[in-house]
Design a protein around this ligand. Structure first.
Ligand code: GDP
Ligand code: MN
Length: 404
């Protein structure tokens, strides 16, 4: 909360006239979509939504990347859903798969074991490759070299609200580096040792926290997530039980309660807290299937050093490190809260998790926006879909920013 108030605001409130925006200067930016041919339907769903709610006015180009070859059906179909420039790229072998310093037998065995332990995607070799690619290589692809900014798009995403301003231009104006819309907790068993290595990187490079690292550290007793001491007045335990404020405060989830939410069924040995000066990872990470960020952050020597150290630890194979906690911890080590933008005004869903800023059915305004998210079961998703389909139709020829 402190971070949001102090450093970060919604860029634009209410709807702008997209026709006016149409003539405004553009950023040097691109949509990046990693996908496989078999994901075409999911990609179309995403493209429709991106175009419908944003890009029909802004016409930013797309780069599609694949470790294999896109077939002609994929390529031709994509072109039917956007009038923007589109490029299709193949990922070079040195950016995907095992590097030569890895003993592939050891790596494959580690992956097999993660499969046996039923770790989410742990037994899936290609998923490990994907995570490593998005952690250390996507920004090195030749098709991205000419760009300064990217917006990541995955199959099966959906935007709910019209986005009538240019987020890239506003990121640049506000001097932002990394933007997110959902932060969630990682499954602990996918990253049992990630924090040990990230902390070691921070320590060995003499990096002092610029205030963002604390967002990823389990708060110590009596302290808030941002490191500030808890105000006794707001701690319900310190209020008389008959005080009307007691009930009200008791009801509000404190950030740390939300963070402690959902521990994973840990099967790998836990991290040793002593190795990290007592810091423990709170498992929080920006959900990287949505990202708007400056490519220079990833291209920096500091990020390269961070990635190389993480990579050499073997954690992309011996564990199932996601690119989301990698990007997040890199940001924590290298960036300040003021470098981060929370797109709280973007209504966004990917599969079962969504962020919606306002009061559509079954939703409330977030009290703690950094951690707000909704997990939906199938029925809830269907209801939501119907609601938004109707809303989309009603707004087809106008502009709707009602979600905000
Ligand atoms: P989830 O969102 O974590 O469940 O993971 P996804 O299956 O959506 O994968 C994340 C992104 O990587 C999506 O854009 C996928 O299309 C892409 N992806 C995952 N595995 C592969 C792969 O083996 N090859 C290619 N080309 N893309 C992949
Ligand atoms: Mn996905």
């Amino acid at each position: 909360r402190k971070i949001n108030e102090k450093h970060d605001k919604v860029f634009v409130t209410g709807c702008l006239d997209p026709k006016v925006q149409q003539d405004a200067p553009r950023a040097n930016a691109v949509f990046v979509v990693l996908a496989r041919n078999k994901e075409l339907d999911g990609v179309i769903e995403s493209l429709k939504s991106v175009e419908r709610h944003f890009n029909r006015w802004f016409h930013y180009p797309y780069v599609f990347l694949n470790d294999g070859d896109f077939n002609s059906t994929f390529k031709e179909t994509i072109l039917n859903y956007t009038s923007s420039p589109v490029e299709f790229g193949k990922i070079p072998a040195e950016h995907w798969g095992y590097p030569d310093w890895v003993d592939t037998n050891v790596a494959k065995e580690a992956i097999r074991k993660q499969g046996d332990a039923a770790i989410m995607y742990g037994g899936m070799e290609s998923y490990h490759h994907m995570c490593r690619f998005y952690s250390g290589f996507f920004y090195k692809h030749e098709l991205l070299q000419k760009y300064d900014w990217y917006w990541r798009v995955e199959p099966e995403i959906k935007y709910f609200c019209d986005i009538t301003y240019d987020p890239f231009v506003h990121m640049a104006r506000a001097n932002k580096t990394y933007g997110f819309t959902i932060a969630v907790k990682e499954l602990k068993e996918t990253v049992p040792n990630i924090f040990r290595y990230a902390s070691a990187f921070k320590r060995t490079h003499n990096l002092t926290s610029q205030g963002l690292w604390e967002m990823f550290v389990e708060p110590k007793e009596g302290f808030n997530q941002d490191g500030s001491p808890k105000k006794d007045a707001l701690n319900p335990e310190n209020l008389p039980k008959d005080d009307p404020k007691y009930a009200a405060e008791k009801q509000k989830p404190m950030p740390e309660d939300i963070l402690r939410g959902q521990p994973g069924a840990g099967t790998l040995p836990d991290i040793d807290p002593e190795a990290m000066d007592g810091d423990v990872y709170n498992m929080c990470h920006y959900w990287s299937n949505f990202e708007i960020a400056k490519l220079d952050f990833f291209r920096s020597q500091e990020y390269e050093d961070f990635f190389n150290m993480m990579d050499r630890s073997g954690g992309f194979w011996t564990e199932r490190w996601g690119d989301a906690p990698i990007h997040s911890l890199a940001a924590g080590a290298l960036l300040a809260p003021s470098d981060i933008h929370y797109f709280r005004d973007f209504g966004y869903r990917h599969t079962t998790i969504q962020h919606c800023p306002a009061n559509a059915p079954a939703r409330q305004l977030p009290r703690e926006p950094y951690l707000e998210r909704t997990t939906l079961d199938e029925k809830a998703r269907r209801e939501e879909d119907e609601y938004w389909a109707k809303w989309d139709t009603e707004k087809e020829n106008g502009v709707g920013c009602r979600c905000r």
